[in-house]
Ligand binder design. Sequence first.
Ligand code: F6P
Length: 369
Amino acid sequence: MNTNHLPEPTKIAIVTGGGDCPGLNTVIRAIVKAAALRGWESVGIQDGYEGLLDPPQIQALDYRAMDALLYRGGTILGTRNRGRFSAKTGHGQARRVPEEILQEAKENFDALGLSALVCIGGDGSLTIAQQLYETGMAVVGVPKTIDNDLAATIMTFGFETAVSTAVDALDRLRSTAESHDRVMVLEVMGRYAGWIAGFAGLAGGADVILIPEIEFDYDAVARKVVAREAIGKEYTLVVVAEGAKPRGGQFVTSGETDGDREARLGGIGHVVAGEIEERTGKESRCVVLGHLQRGGQPSQWDRQLCTRFGVHAVEMIAAQQFGMMVAMTPKGMEPVSLVEAVADIRRVPPDGELVQTARALGVSLGDEL
Ligand code: F6P
């Protein structure tokens, strides 16, 4: 790879934005190692994009300290999914970061002598990355999110680990549900996409999978529970995505939702458990898996994905492919424009193969007549 056109010495910065996610540190490690082998210096921006504002919060990233990051959860740089850079509010409405904030970040980027900034983030953080790129900053994106809802990449990192955690929870809930003849409802994350619920539901053998892409009916869910009883299956496992909602109903949210951040989804699981109990008379309990899906070590799959993403991000900097995100495609790791990457989120096709597979197994999606 020809790196002659890059300013020397080459100093790159890494920022982690949005919610944390298993594998962030693995990506940081791969970037720092691949950059060091080219003779480049890497620094970290602390506290998400906020660390780019005055005074910038910079952390040295030493090549020799990277090994321990391979499987360490969280992000050593810290992250934020609210604050002055929020690019999404409410239920996913895009927001332009104030111009003076973007300009301040650009001035600090220049003052620090940075050649490029690697932005590791999901939909919101990559929207910010695109806006920073428009100010003239040399930006490269890496697709992170447990939600797996970025359209331009086959998969984001963190998703596989989150699904494994959800499947483990379902396996555990099955034995206790079976012992007590109960309905167990597991609420999983995913925002407005049902990928975690869909994948975990299939892998964990759920009897009912409720996803945001298909509005459900409480009576249909109750009928599934009763039908199982009729064939001697006294327990039922339900997976519900936090963004699922009943036909004609609203998202269930919790906590405060102030102006500069997205709505906090959550609570639908308890509602579903209550409605099932009322309709069937069966004892129904809910477990909200929450941030367990985001914490802890990345899975082996995610470790290799993060490593490939990190190395390709460095290669994109060397090739000056800025304003781009590294994406996993059928051809391998490819650059795609950030504009394309954040144009829309990818959701589960309601008539797609995943849903059809579930239906073919007799799994209820909550919309059966
Ligand atoms: O986008 C990742 C995610 O974990 C979503 O699945 C979830 O809705 C949201 O972040 C939760 O964010 P917070 O940690 O701010 O509650």
